[in-house]
Design a protein around this ligand. Structure first.
Ligand code: ACO
Length: 461
């Protein structure tokens, strides 16, 4: 199979959300901390009738319907998630009734998990399957589904929720450049979920930021080496049209892109002109370790992340690059929040939403990060594609603007009350939900009941 990649996409996020400005005031944080400091606009969350299973059911059925794909045509189904509702039974099995009722139970694949990386693992599994000798000619289907919720405190505004479904096959408008892929994996305790009675992670926020940036550096370094080996020329950010990052919050995305530029500077790559070199010269003697840990890191981050990106004086270095190469992928993550496994692909969906008519022929580099940690940087190439699997049709099916517009904003008191109810319900049994689906769009699945044997029941609006 040639040009294996993403043929079609659908995104679902709950219609329930809270404005970051409102949450910031309610939490007593200083004005601007969530909106400018973290760079977030709004945060989606599951109400008591939604969960990662219902969201994935909604995304999968909607994709099959809207692209007119026969469920019998799916030969592999992989789910990436870090939201544990069952320690044994995979989310994938909850999706099987969609296929069983069409007589298709011959579908490989189960769930992948490692924090926000599980979706990428699932995607690679499907792409590798289509490229392998065990491929039977049918499509792969990848689902990334998560509900990111944090305990009260500084991490709470970095939550979010969504499910994304991606159809995988040959001759795709979004094709993998499979040789251009570099990973970095290590053992760290930056963010983990050891308490099985709680949905909330244990998180060392500062460490997770450093681990993310170190993994980014390592992946970029490896990626550049592989590119240079294959193409016989040095890689710089000029060799890709777009960069899409796993997006826990927008500020980290700004810093990440700045770090790629700093890497280009250290490698003396062509993206850094004389003027930029002069600005960056004072930082050339910093070791990597220093650049992550010391106050000088702040200086670099300020230089790249803030000063360079936002101040008038020195915006020449990163700001124009950021605006053209990164900005188009930031919409959904800023509006919905961290969607864990779905975050990177929601950023990618934003790029297709914003630029579908001009992407053909262009290259995009994606960076996936999951705490604990697992990270990969990889490259995709766009072609126009043919309907229904064309870039323009993907954009129109996802209908992102409409979905964002038709949401329902919760006041903070109601949000906090809901979080408390969900804390209480997590891992619980023997309850019936309100079954109130009035805020959900037609076609959305929702949770109705968890019975005395912990079995979960869903209905479709
Ligand atoms: N106006 C403007 N900016 C402000 C304001 C204000 N009033 N107040 C603070 N800021 C800035 C800070 O300067 C900082 O920016 P900087 O890093 O560029 O200096 C930013 O806002 C955040 O402020 P901090 O004090 O660093 O925030 P805090 O430590 O309280 O929390 C954190 C941030 C660590 C990200 C927390 O939300 C968290 O733990 N989140 C979960 C972990 C996470 O998402 N990690 C990312 C990778 S791992 C993953 O994907 C889960």
């Amino acid at each position: 199979a040639k040009n294996v990649g993403i043929l079609a996409m659908e995104i679902y996020f709950p219609p329930t959300c809270i404005q970051q400005e409102v949450l910031e005031a309610h939490d007593g944080a200083s004005k601007g901390k969530y909106t400018i400091g973290l760079g977030q606009d709004c945060m989606a969350f599951c109400s008591e009738v939604e969960d990662v299973i219902s969201m994935s059911m909604t995304a999968v059925t909607s994709l099959l319907e809207k692209y007119n794909v026969d469920p019998k045509q799916i030969g592999r189904l992989e789910v990436g998630s870090e939201t544990v509702l069952d320690k044994s039974k995979s989310i994938k099995t909850f999706l099987m009734p969609i296929f069983e009722k069409c007589g298709n139970t011959d579908i490989e694949g189960v769930d992948s998990s490692n924090a926000c990386y599980g979706g990428t693992a699932a995607l690679f599994n499907c792409v590798n399957w289509v490229e392998s000798s065990s491929w039977d000619g049918r499509y792969g289907l990848v689902v990334c589904t998560d509900s990111a919720v944090y305990a009260e405190g500084p991490a709470r505004p970095t939550g979010g929720a969504a499910a994304i479904a991606m159809l995988i096959g040959p001759n795709a408008p979004v094709a993998f450049e499979s040789k251009l892929r570099s990973s970095h994996m290590a053992h760290v305790y930056d963010f983990y979920k050891p308490d099985l009675a709680s949905e909330y992670p244990v998180v060392d926020g500062k460490l997770s930021q450093t681990c993310y940036l170190m993994a980014l550096d390592a992946c970029y370094k490896g990626f550049c080496q592989k590119f240079e080996k294959q193409e016989g020329k040095q890689f710089s950010i000029l060799d890709a049209d777009y960069f899409v990052f796993h997006s826990p919050y927008n500020k980290l995305v700004q810093k990440s892109f700045s770090r790629l530029l700093f890497n280009d500077f250290s490698r003396n790559a062509s993206s850094i002109d004389e003027a930029a070199k002069e600005k960056l010269a004072p930082f050339s003697s910093l070791s990597n370790e220093e650049s992550y840990q010391s106050r000088d890191l702040e200086k670099i981050q300020k230089l790249f992340g803030l000063t360079v990106i936002f101040s008038q004086a020195s915006q020449q270095v990163a700001k124009p690059f950021f605006d053209t190469k990164v900005q188009p992928s930031t919409l959904i993550p800023k509006q919905v929040g961290n969607m864990y496994t779905a975050s990177l692909y929601a950023a990618f969906a934003s790029l297709i939403h914003n630029k579908s008519s001009t992407l053909a022929g262009q290259r995009v580099i994606l960076f996936s990060y999951g705490s604990g940690l697992a990270a990969t940087m990889f490259s995709l190439r766009f072609t126009k594609g043919e309907k229904p699997f064309s870039l323009s049709n993907i954009a129109s099916v996802m209908n992102v603007s409409e979905k964002l517009k038709s949401r329902n904003e919760f006041p903070p008191e109601k949000f906090v009350e809901l979080m408390q109810l969900m804390e209480h319900r997590y891992g619980g049994k023997d309850f019936i939900t309100s079954k109130d689906c009035s805020l959900l769009a037609p076609g959305t699945y929702y949770l109705t009941e968890v019975d005395s044997k912990y079995r979960r029941f869903y209905a479709k609006k």
